[in-house]
Design a protein around this ligand. Structure first.
Ligand SMILES: C[S@@+](CC[C@H](N)C(=O)[O-])C[C@H]1O[C@@H](n2cnc3c(N)ncnc32)[C@H](O)[C@@H]1O
Ligand code: SF4
Length: 481
């Protein structure tokens, strides 16, 4: 007699086979293949497809959400799978003109009542078998601006997490935010609580560019704060820089890179500015109050400049857009979140995935607070992951590292997927985006700049076989971080 488990795994294999068998490459579609040109970095595609590659699964009907999540959290997690905790603080004092992530303007009362609900949610979710059954490798407190919490709240939040969840001994616990008002008292409270990594959005050091983006501090203030925090010699201090902001010329970008190096920070992310519809920048440009953001070609040149700069200054490359200057920086959460590692979401607007489900928590504060008050999961939408979610995660994490391995891709697919995709890889190679070396597909500098398009392209050519029944075509679910 065939057991339930083996029946389920046979069905899984059949579904994966259909994903691989139904690969459909349209070689006339230049949004997939890229354009053949002498300058692929600047001209292979017209624009970046989206911030992240992805594909949604089948939505779980709203009345079934509570039961589905309860069941998922009531079983033990597989011990050999990496997992992370993501906690969202959806408040900012001021909205930056370029930002996609802004949710709520902060007011003390609102933040305090949200904070109380968040502690409750953490405590409740920790009580499930899934949460207690295996160690967490990374915790990320993101936003919004978690660094705007009070010193006591930051310490209490970290202590709460450490007390309630089984964290691996080397668990990375990151606090995200900005340097504005992040004084020594806050830093010391965070360290006391157990935060062991700090990620600050700087975006640009240039005071004029910063003012145009509604950033709050001057270059001198930022450099003084970074110097004070690295002076503790206690935890990695990592910075985000954006390229393509209005008024950020190539010379200013070069100064930004030099300022990062001189600041003594332990690492840096270089992010390309993505202009999502509805950001304040759009209106300001239309009204003539701000010059437009950098063109795709300028952004490509900025990426090239950044990449060359990092290599010249012997910065350690951790991914296609993240570098470390010291061994202290590991960037564990950022790399794990792009693999098939589970992510337990906590807080309004947090996203995650676990036990084959993609989870998106309520963004509206009232909905979130009401659900927590009623001891309900604060989730408006959840999706069952597509059968190919493991393959897609392997593609995304490979592209993020700048290299796809035949062994790993075929292992995720249970089939010869690397060989099946080879015709597409060959066109990309002719177009200067990748180089095929034995069992590895390595991204060229141009390929690294266009990595999200390449990842999305691979996902799209498999999608007719991967799309589950009743899935909303092309809808994406963001995963936090
Ligand atoms: C969610 S934000 C939180 C950071 C923090 N609140 C701050 O003010 O720096 C994390 C990072 O997302 C990046 N980001 C925000 N808007 C972006 C956009 N439109 N395109 C690309 N990256 C963006 C920024 O580099 C930012 O540091
Ligand atoms: S960049 Fe940070 S502070 Fe600015 S709006 Fe976005 S999340 Fe808020």
């Amino acid at each position: 007699m065939i057991s339930q488990n083996s029946r389920e795994s046979s069905v899984e294999i059949l579904r994966l086979n259909s994903v691989v068998d139904m690969i459909n490459i349209d070689f006339d579609d230049e949004t997939l293949t890229g354009t053949h040109s002498s300058d692929p970095l600047r001209h292979a595609f017209s624009r970046k497809k989206s911030a992240h590659a992805g594909m949604a699964g089948a939505p779980v009907p709203f009345p079934d959400i509570q039961r589905t999540v309860t069941e998922a959290l009531s079983i033990r997690a597989p011990e050999n799978k990496n997992r992370c905790l993501y906690i969202h603080i959806p408040f900012c004092r001021v909205r930056c003109t370029y930002c996609n992530f802004f949710q709520n303007a902060s007011s003390q009362q609102l933040v305090d009542s949200y904070f109380a609900a968040l502690l409750q949610e953490l405590e409740w979710k920790a009580s499930f078998a899934w949460s207690q059954s295996a160690p967490f490798q990374a915790v990320y407190i993101g936003g919004g601006t978690p660094s705007d919490l009070s010193p006591q709240q930051i310490r209490q939040l970290a202590q709460h997490i450490k007390r309630l969840y089984p964290l691996a001994p080397d668990c990375e616990i990151t606090l995200e935010g900005r340097l504005n008002r992040f004084d020594n008292e806050k830093f010391e409270h965070a360290l006391e609580g157990g935060i062991n990594r700090f990620s600050f959005g700087v975006q640009s050091f240039d005071t004029t560019v910063r003012k145009a983006a509604r950033r709050l501090d001057s270059r001198d203030y930022l450099l003084a704060r970074i110097s004070a925090l690295t002076g503790y010699n206690a935890a990695p201090i990592v910075l985000d820089l954006l390229y393509g902001l209005p008024m950020q010329t190539l010379d200013i970008w070069h100064d930004d890179l030099r300022d990062y190096l001189a600041s003594g920070a332990d690492g840096v992310d270089l992010y390309q500015l993505i202009e999502m519809p509805g950001i304040p920048l759009e209106k300001k440009v239309a009204q003539g109050k701000l010059p437009p953001a950098g063109s795709t070609q300028l952004k490509a040149t900025m990426y090239e400049t950044g990449s060359i700069f990092m290599a010249r200054h012997h910065q350690k490359k951790l991914s296609i857009n993240h570098w470390a200057s010291t061994n202290r920086e590991r960037s564990l959460y950022n790399s794990l979140a792009k693999t098939s590692a589970d992510v337990l979401p906590v807080g309004a607007g947090a996203g995650g995935h676990l036990a084959g489900l993609q989870l998106m928590q309520f963004r509206k504060l009232e909905d979130y607070m009401q659900a927590i008050g009623n001891r309900q999961f604060p989730m408006g939408m959840i999706f069952r992951e597509t059968p190919a979610a493991g393959i897609f995660a392997e593609i995304k994490s490979g592209m993020d590292q700048g290299v796809l391995s035949r062994l790993r891709l075929d292992e995720a697919a249970g089939r010869d997927l690397f060989a099946r995709l080879m015709p597409l890889f060959q066109v990309w190679q002719e177009n200067g985006l990748v180089s095929i070396e034995g069992d590895y597909l390595t991204l060229t500098l141009a390929g690294q700049f266009w990595a999200v398009n390449l990842a999305q392209g691979m996902i799209d050519v498999m999608s007719s076989g991967a799309r589950p029944q009743h899935a909303p075509g092309g809808m994406k679910v963001p995963v936090s971080g």
